[in-house]
Design a protein around this ligand. Sequence first.
Ligand code: OMP
Length: 229
Amino acid sequence: MTPAPIAVALDAPDLETAARWAAMVTPHVSTVKVGLELYLRYGPDVIDSVRGGSGVQVFLDLKLHDIPNTVAGAAKAVSRLRPAILTVHAAGGPAMIQAAVQAAPHTKIAAVTVLTSLSEADLGRIGLSGPADDAVRRLAVLSVRAGATALVCSPHEVAAVRSEVGPEITLITPGVRPAGAETQDQARVATPEQAMADGADLLVIGRPITGSADPGATAAALAASLRRA
Ligand SMILES: O=C(O)c1cc(=O)[nH]c(=O)n1[C@@H]1O[C@H](COP(=O)(O)O)[C@@H](O)[C@H]1O
């Protein structure tokens, strides 16, 4: 069976746990995501540990955000690990995004628009007043013009972003919670079925899978529910 378009966020405190979660979920999902917690603790070796010899895609979520020259150097440094996807913050601006794209030609650069943990009240506090949708769409268009071939946004904006950027751009949505699950620190959330129906290509799901009693079974159940939807 084709693995489901889910990236499991391996936000684990140690490498053994992350590798165990990865082995449990990889039969069911297309992608595993390594984020700051694991990468800052273990460095580049973490990538091979979570790949574990399987064909799973690795999404390296470092959310780079710096001047173009620094981001280019960082993207080049990690591109030798051949991650399928690497994140940068769209707010770093077009020259920074372009620098990442040029430095890592074999990796899909995904621009993070507005973090899914931010509510509209939070956005007002950081000076982005108005609906989240407006900021997300603006950053999405700017990122694609700068060469990003993937975007990260919440499920709330994915339909609007799809209509702005067309079918070729990979839309990645964290902030995904199965019906009834706790939202935790996520503010703009929807169910996996809703996110897919609205145009997401890849769902990022962490704690609802990794915090469950059996991450493998939970990933399999989510994959099955997406196939039915
Ligand atoms: O770039 C990301 O993956 C990301 C962007 C965003 O706006 N929100 C967001 O939650 N993420 C990541 O997606 C994952 C969500 O994890 P859970 O909230 O546990 O499902 C975490 O690893 C976050 O770092």
